[in-house]
Write a protein that binds this ligand. Structure first.
Ligand code: HEM
Length: 474
C-alpha cells in the first residue's frame, strides 16, 4: 500500500487471466496521472479512464485499422520500409538504432497519415523523438513529487513546480506535431490526393464518431507513440542478443540458409518454416520484455482473486518481467536460450502446469490489451528473419588494443518501456549477393514509396535522390 492507494502486482499467468481478462470490466481503468493529463488534457487513449466514452470511441477506431486483415493490407509499405531499413544498415551500420527508429515511425506514419519519413532527421521524425525523449524524462518515476498520492502537492505554485513547466513544454511539442500531421492529411484531401490513410477515413467520419480536432490529432499521435518505441525496443534487444551470443546467431543462420538461401529476399510466410527464428523471437520477448510491468490498470470495483480482495481504486501491474524470469517456470531464466522454445511451445521447465497459461503477456490484457499486436508481429517476424538473412552481427574490435567489445546485456534505459543503451557493434552484409538483392528491391519499390512521399520537404527529396542514385550506380 502506498499512501491511500493499494498497488497489486500480478505475478502469475493465472492471476493475470483471472484479474485482468476475466474480470476485465472492473480492471480496465488507468490510475490517475495528473502529470500525464496536464500534458494531454485527458484526450490520450492509453491514459484515458475506462468510463470516459471517448476512450471506447478512440479504441474502436484504432482497432479498425489494426485488425489482422487490415494489417495484411498494410504489408506492402511495411515490407518496403524494411527494405530501406536494410539498405540504410548496409550503408551506415553504426547508426542502426536510428534506422530502427526511423523504420518503426515511418511505417505507422504511412498507415496513419499517408506520410513516410525517409530520414531519421526528417523534420517530423526528429520532432517526434525529441518530444518522446522529453516526455519519458518527465514521466520518469521519482523525478517529480508524488502528486497523485499526496494531492496537496498540486497547490505548490508553478514557479516552484518544475513538473508543470516541463509538462507545458511537452504539451506544446505534441500539439505542434500532432496538429501539423492532421493538417497535412486535410491538405492532401482538399487536393484530392488521398492515399487511403487511416486519418483520411477518420476525418470523413469525424461527426459520426463525435471527434473534435484535438481528439483526432491525439488519435493519430497515440498510434505514432504506440507503434514506434515498442517495436524498436524489440529490434534493439534482438540486435543486442545477436551480438552478445554469436553461437545462437550461427544456429539461426544455418536454418535460414537451409530454408531460404542467399538467392531471394525472405517473405512474411517464411516464418512458418523457421522454428529456430521463431524461438529467438519468443526468447527476446521473454528475456527483455519491452514493458516489464505493462501499463498500469486500475480497478473500478472490488476484485476478488484467490481469497484476496483488490479494493476499488487500486493500481494493478502485470509483472511481465517477474513471470518471464520465474525460476519455477523456466530453466536458466536469466540466460538467453531460445532452444527452450523448441522443447515445448511455452519454453517452460518439464512438468510445469500450463493450463492457465496466458500467451502474449507482453501486450498486456483484458479490455486494454494492445491493439497494435498484429502490426507489431508482422514487423517483428519479418525484420527478425530479414536481418538474420542479410547480416552478420559482430562484436566491435578496439582498433588499438584489438580487444573485442562485449556489450552489457543489462545496459537498459529505465521507465515503463525499456530500451537497450546504444553499444558499438559491426553489422556486416553476409555477401555481395545479399546487398544486390536489397538494392534492387529498393529501386523496385520506388512507385510504392512515392504514394507516401507527396509532402516531403526539399531536404528529404534531396536525400531520396542521393540514395536512389547510390542504388542505381551499384
Ligand atoms: C512489440 C511491440 C509492442 C508492445 C510490446 C506493446 C505493448 C503494449 C502494452 C503492454 C500495452 C498496455 C496494455 C494494457 O494496458 O494491458 C499497450 C497498449 C497500447 N498499444 Fe501497444 N505494444 C506494441 C506495439 C504497438 C503498436 C505497433 C501499436 C500501434 C500501431 C500499439 C498501440 C497501442 C495503444 C494505442 C495502446 C493503448 C491501449 C489502451 O489503453 O486502450 N502498440 N501496448
Amino acid at each position: 500500500m502506498v499512501g491511500n492507494n493499494v498497488i497489486a502486482v500480478l505475478s502469475s499467468h493465472k492471476a493475470v487471466k483471472e484479474v485482468i481478462d476475466t474480470q476485465g470490466n472492473s480492471t480496465a481503468d488507468r490510475p490517475q496521472t495528473t502529470i500525464g493529463d496536464t500534458v494531454t488534457g485527458g484526450v490520450h487513449m492509453a491514459q484515458a479512464h475506462s468510463d470516459d466514452p471517448r476512450w471506447l470511441t478512440l479504441r474502436r477506431a484504432v482497432r479498425s485499422v489494426l485488425t489482422k486483415q487490415k494489417c495484411e493490407e498494410h504489408w506492402p509499405i511495411q515490407r518496403a520500409e524494411s527494405i530501406q531499413f536494410m539498405f540504410d544498415t548496409i550503408h551506415d551500420s553504426h547508426s542502426f538504432h536510428k534506422h530502427v527508429k526511423r523504420y518503426t515511425l515511418s511505417v505507422i506514419s504511412s498507415i496513419t497519415y499517408g506520410c513516410r519519413f525517409p530520414r531519421f532527421d526528417s523534420k517530423e521524425c526528429a520532432d517526434f523523438y525529441a518530444m518522446v525523449d522529453k516526455w519519458s524524462e518527465l514521466m520518469e518515476p521519482g523525478r517529480h513529487p508524488p502528486i497523485d498520492l499526496l494531492p496537496i502537492l498540486k497547490l505548490i505554485p508553478e514557479k516552484f513546480a518544475a513538473w508543470r513547466q516541463e509538462a507545458k513544454v511537452v504539451r506544446q511539442m505534441q500539439h505542434q506535431l500532432y496538429f501539423h500531421m492532421l493538417d497535412c492529411v486535410n491538405d492532401r484531401f482538399k487536393h484530392n490526393q488521398g492515399v487511403g490513410a487511416f486519418m483520411e477515413d477518420i476525418i470523413q467520419k469525424k461527426d459520426q464518431l463525435g471527434l473534435d480536432r484535438e481528439l483526432m490529432a491525439y488519435l493519430g499521435g497515440v498510434l505514432l507513440e504506440g507503434g514506434a518505441d515498442t517495436t524498436a525496443s524489440y529490434l534493439n534487444s534482438f540486435h543486442l542478443a545477436m551480438v552478445a551470443f554469436p553461437e545462437i546467431q550461427k544456429k539461426a543462420h544455418e536454418e535460414i540458409d537451409r530454408v531460404i538461401g542467399p538467392d531471394r529476399i525472405p517473405t512474411l510466410e517464411d516464418i512458418a518454416d523457421l522454428p529456430y527464428v521463431r524461438a529467438i523471437i519468443r526468447e527476446v520477448h521473454r528475456w527483455r520484455p519491452g514493458a516489464p510491468l505493462g501499463l498500469p490498470h486500475a480497478s473500478t470495483e472490488d476484485v476478488h482473486y484467490n481469497g484476496y480482495v483488490i479494493p476499488k481504486g487500486s493500481t494493478i501491474f502485470i509483472n511481465v518481467w517477474g513471470i518471464s524470469h520465474d525460476p519455477e517456470l523456466y530453466d536458466r531464466p536469466e540466460d538467453f536460450w531460445p532452444d527452450r522454445f523448441l522443447k515445448n511451445e511455452f519454453g517452460t521447465r518439464d512438468g510445469v502446469d500450463v493450463s492457465a497459461w496466458r500467451d502474449k503477456l507482453i501486450f498486456g490484457g483484458g479490455k486494454r490489451i494492445c491493439p497494435g499486436t498484429n502490426l507489431a508481429y508482422n514487423s517483428i517476424n519479418f525484420n527478425t528473419t530479414f536481418l538474420l538473412w542479410a547480416f552478420n552481427f559482430e562484436k566491435s574490435v578496439d582498433p588499438v588494443t584489438k580487444r573485442q567489445f562485449t556489450p552489457d546485456v543489462w545496459g537498459y534505459s529505465k521507465g515503463l518501456f525499456i530500451m537497450p543503451n546504444k553499444f558499438p557493434s559491426e553489422i556486416v552484409p553476409r555477401s555481395s549477393g545479399h546487398v544486390e538483392l536489397i538494392t534492387q528491391s529498393l529501386q523496385d519499390s520506388a512507385g510504392l514509396y512515392a504514394q507516401f512521399e507527396t509532402q516531403l520537404d526539399t531536404d528529404d527529396k534531396n536525400y531520396l535522390e542521393s540514395i536512389r542514385r547510390t542504388a542505381s550506380e551499384f
